[in-house]
Design a protein around this ligand. Sequence first.
Ligand SMILES: Cc1cc2nc3c(=O)[nH]c(=O)nc-3n(C[C@H](O)[C@H](O)[C@H](O)COP(=O)(O)O)c2cc1C
Ligand code: SF4
Length: 483
Amino acid sequence: MWKPPEKIKYEPQPGAWPSKEQASESLWFSPVDIGPIQLEQRTWVPAMVPWRSTEEGIVTDEVLAWYERFAKGQPGCVVVEATGIREVPSGPLLRIGHDRFIAGLKELADTVHRASEGHTKLFIQLIDFLSIRRRPEAEKYFQRFLQITDAHREALGVVDWPEEKIREHLSTLEDEALDDILEERELESLRMGARERVTDTELDHIRDLPKVLPGLFADAAERAQKAGLDGVELHYAHAYTMASFLSRKNDRDDGYGGTRENRVRLPLEVYATVRERVGHDFPVGCRYLSDEIFEDGNDVEDAAYIGVELARAGMDFLSISRGGKFEDAKQPGIGEAAYPYTGRSGYECMPGHFSDEFGPFGRNIKPTAEIKKAVNAAGFDTPIVVAGGIHGFEIAEKILQNGEADIVASARQALADPDWFLKTRLGKGSEVRLCTYTNYCEGLDQKHKVVTCKLWDRVDLDQPDIQMSADGKRRLIAPDWQA
Ligand SMILES: Cc1cc2nc3c(=O)[nH]c(=O)nc-3n(C[C@H](O)[C@H](O)[C@H](O)COP(=O)(O)O)c2cc1C
Ligand code: SF4
């Protein structure tokens, strides 16, 4: 992953822990309404893909165990990982694009409600993504994938060469020469792997996204409701389809791109269709970005505008993330796919312990506060969720006291120690196992490997029935804690 050039190393800074009494009087452990329901606390575990479902996207025992473990820490809300809304294979990523997925998800909802003793609500993140190919071998790309055009012939000055000869010749050229011959997208397909964009409107299935996505999201949300989940989070963040509609990069000319008004149109239409389907008794919100963190991408002003429009439409919560885009992703190895969290925007999404003067903790607080200010000024009190490097009670409480957000989430800290909310609430903060933000977990995610935390492998190795990864090296679930 990209690191800020300053490479200043940071240790965790949790601040002081509260006593049980202080925790009970705090805002962080006080209830908040999410549309029609109430969370018992303003603590939240945002979506994290653990790569534990079957290849068909069905809930497994490992998926149940993963979420059960978070539920034991009794946060106000856990959001189930990005879950695919279509009938397309996506490896061991959960799916919800057909009724056959409902039974497993129902078991998941029951498991979390039972394990948290009814204290935790379970939402699910609904995702759509476009196709991305692995980076090809150059020879294969020139022989099989590249479509030879007149532009190539002209650039090479070989108008009468047969196609086969052009392909062979291209395979022999150095990078610099190819820069002058291939189009930008062709170079990208060669060097990064071909990646579809929402602006590829010459392709029928991309042009038709505004026609098909509202129905697909609504079907998925209805399945989540049938499965007994407590709400849905529409994934409008990071590198995926809906975020790409919101992006300044989206210059579609069919009313769904260009101006901010047009870029937010499909996200609003998706929301309206979902709402119509699930009714007003079921929470529907979304996750989107405070900043895309690449040149000419959305900034916090765009995000404030988007937030106001989503709130105006009636969303029940807005969860704010940051970065995580393909636009600045690193070049993948041959045979690997580009990963949207490898560039600077990836760093801003999941900041690691090597950082700049500001440090890795709370980088998303100020932009989130600006979004909240705009949403509130427009007359809406839609709860706003903030995340990013938060691993202490003091900072979480300060965010809420300052009115910078309404709910404070932690992903990696909750992964390192799923009991940290409970420990803090019971006045046992000193027992929290602190995340060191080395991003070992994120590296596993990147390789689509079963996600674990490296800290789990260092403690209580004599506990009975420890579940290990297939290679026997890693503990699959956080160690138990006896309150
Ligand atoms: C292993 C892993 C998987 C993640 N998967 C998702 C995901 O499915 N959807 C999502 O919106 N964010 C995902 N994220 C980002 C987190 O939800 C969160 O925004 C980010 O880690 C920053 O918060 P933190 O500093 O508290 O970890 C993931 C993060 C990690 C570490
Ligand atoms: S592996 Fe564990 S300690 Fe390291 S960043 Fe992930 S959650 Fe934190």
